[in-house]
Write a protein that binds this ligand. Structure first.
Ligand SMILES: Cc1cc2nc3c(=O)[nH]c(=O)nc-3n(C[C@H](O)[C@H](O)[C@H](O)COP(=O)(O)O)c2cc1C
Length: 469
């Protein structure tokens, strides 16, 4: 059984805590590592497969062949699996599925983003303590591994203590506390005093989190732990900057860290998009403006792992390793159909697709953004005109609502169309569905779509995030 006392821990980060990052963190000195949050519905559609060529265990979504979770024996004894769930039975089913490949199970109760809270998961569980407790109790009762949860604090520390104590009463082994409220951004100072007060009132270990802005060196980690009176420390953004923050002997230059990281990406056939994301984050945090510009140009255009490896003198290494894998019959498993959208949550899109499974719908990942369209080019206007010109009945819009989001299915000429991006406004949901139909019928030139940027695949993560607000 793992212990949560005096531990240095890699925090769960969507896209930021995949296998190569976890292994590197462990090799540099982390004691425990979390997976990124993995959503119950998505993982439950996956089957466990032993991959003898890579030496990994892969969870593969049977429907689409995507690898939802990859792990390996090197991390097994130190790996905490974090799930996103709002359902006690699904939580147990998922824990049972992965329990032989991990050392502990954690429930995410801190994620404030709509893609989590809209489905009752993440920080929403803090407002639904009964359900949160049912999930934890069910896990403790049925799973022979330590169970934990990761929470955020409330404005009032008394409320935080009360909730943490209620969670403690379920029999969990530890609790990670991110010292910010659901509304607070990471730019706001972390509330170390609140973490301290929670730690003082609990018997189980408290893992302090949220201190990356104060943590520049290894020694700062211990200071943060002391300031919070906590048993252990969990780090997220500090790791994105430089994973070697876990080294007792001090930081390694990020050039060297990147090389170590890249080798692991090659060894474990990490996806190109994820590799670029992790390295990009590290570079953006560590280089000056001029370097950053140069880096972006050369790096973001890279279309293969070999091209990236060339920058760090690992081209031959990549070719050799991947050549040997291919000779043994290894087939690269795509990680996600939505390379750029992964951190908005592939799992949510999987869930949405699943909702439409009984209907014959053509999907796209599109979102209507009003400012890109003039009156005559509004998607609804275009599809209406198209129907008229072809003497067909006009499209029929059926708008549905789930949690506070609208999504429209449009039926035209015997075919249904919908987007996997939902909207807070009904009229935008309709325009979005019409946009998908325009796209499938070729009513917009591909070139036009790219230029106006309404095809989300063509936008950068930051732009997507901006539009998703
Ligand atoms: C890119 C990114 C992804 C994250 N994904 C998750 C996640 O999947 N699960 C979770 O509980 N927290 C997630 N978080 C929150 C972090 O685990 C952590 O609570 C937060 O960043 C504060 O810690 P820090 O100051 O060390 O960064 C994420 C944070 C970042 C920056």
């Amino acid at each position: 059984m793992i212990s949560y006392c005096n531990k240095l821990i890699l925090a769960p980060m969507v896209r930021g805590s995949r296998l190569p990052t976890r292994l590197l963190a462990l090799r540099y000195g982390a004691d425990l590592v979390y997976t990124d949050e993995l959503i119950d519905l998505s993982l439950l559609m996956s089957k466990r497969r032993v991959n003898d060529i890579l030496g990994t265990v892969d969870y593969v979504n049977e429907a689409n062949g995507y690898c939802t979770f990859r792990t390996c024996p090197e991390e097994k004894d130190r790996l905490i699996f974090q799930m996103g769930t709002a359902n006690p039975d699904r939580a147990v089913a998922l824990a049972k599925l992965v329990q032989n490949d991990v050392s502990a199970i954690d429930v995410n109760m801190g994620c404030p983003k709509p893609y989590s809270t809209d489905f009752g998961m993440g920080a929403k569980l803090l407002l639904n303590a009964d359900n949160a407790k049912r999930i934890l109790t069910n896990l403790v009762k049925n799973i022979p591994l330590p169970i934990t949860c990761k929470i955020r604090i409330f404005d009032n520390v008394e409320d935080s203590i009360k909730l943490a104590k209620e969670f403690e009463s379920t029999g969990i082994s530890a609790i990670a506390v991110h010292g910010r409220t659901k509304k607070q951004k990471s730019t706001e100072p972390v509330n170390k005093d609140a973490i301290r007060q929670i730690a003082e009132n609990l018997k189980i270990p408290v893992i302090a989190n949220g201190g990356s802005d104060d943590i520049e060196t290894y020694d700062d980690i211990e200071k943060f732990r002391n300031d919070c009176g906590a048993s252990s420390v969990m780090i997220a953004r500090g790791v994105q900057k430089n994973v070697s923050i876990f080294r007792k002997e001090g930081l390694i230059p990020h050039e060297e860290v990147t090389r170590d990281y890249l080798k692991l990406c090659v060894d474990y056939d990490n996806s190109l998009a994820n590799t670029k994301y992790v390295i990009g984050k590290m570079y953006k945090a560590n280089t000056d403006k001029i370097q950053k510009k140069k880096f972006s140009r050369e790096f973001e255009d890279a279309e293969s792992m070999e091209q990236i490896c060339r920058h760090w003198g690992l081209k031959d290494y990549c070719r050799e390793v991947h050549g040997a894998y291919a000779a043994k019959g290894h087939v690269h498993l795509p990680c996600s159909p939505l390379t750029q959208l992964e951190d908005i949550s592939t799992e949510i899109f999987e869930y949405r697709k699943h909702l439409y499974k009984d209907e014959n719908i053509k999907f796209s990942l599109m979102k209507f953004i009003r400012r890109y369209f003039g009156l005559e080019t509004l998607p609804k206007t275009l599809v209406y005109g198209y129907a008229g010109r072809n003497k067909l009945p006009p499209p029929v819009y059926e708008t549905r609502r789930e949690d506070r989001l609208y999504y429209t299915v449009i039926t035209f000429n015997g075919q249904k169309y919908a987007s996997l991006i939902w909207d807070r406004e009904k009229r935008n949901a309709e325009q979005t569905a019409a946009l998908v139909m325009c796209h499938h019928l070729g009513l917009f030139e591909e070139h036009f779509l790219t230029v106006i940027g309404c095809l989300l695949d063509h936008l950068s993560n930051d732009e997507i995030r901006e539009h998703m607000q």
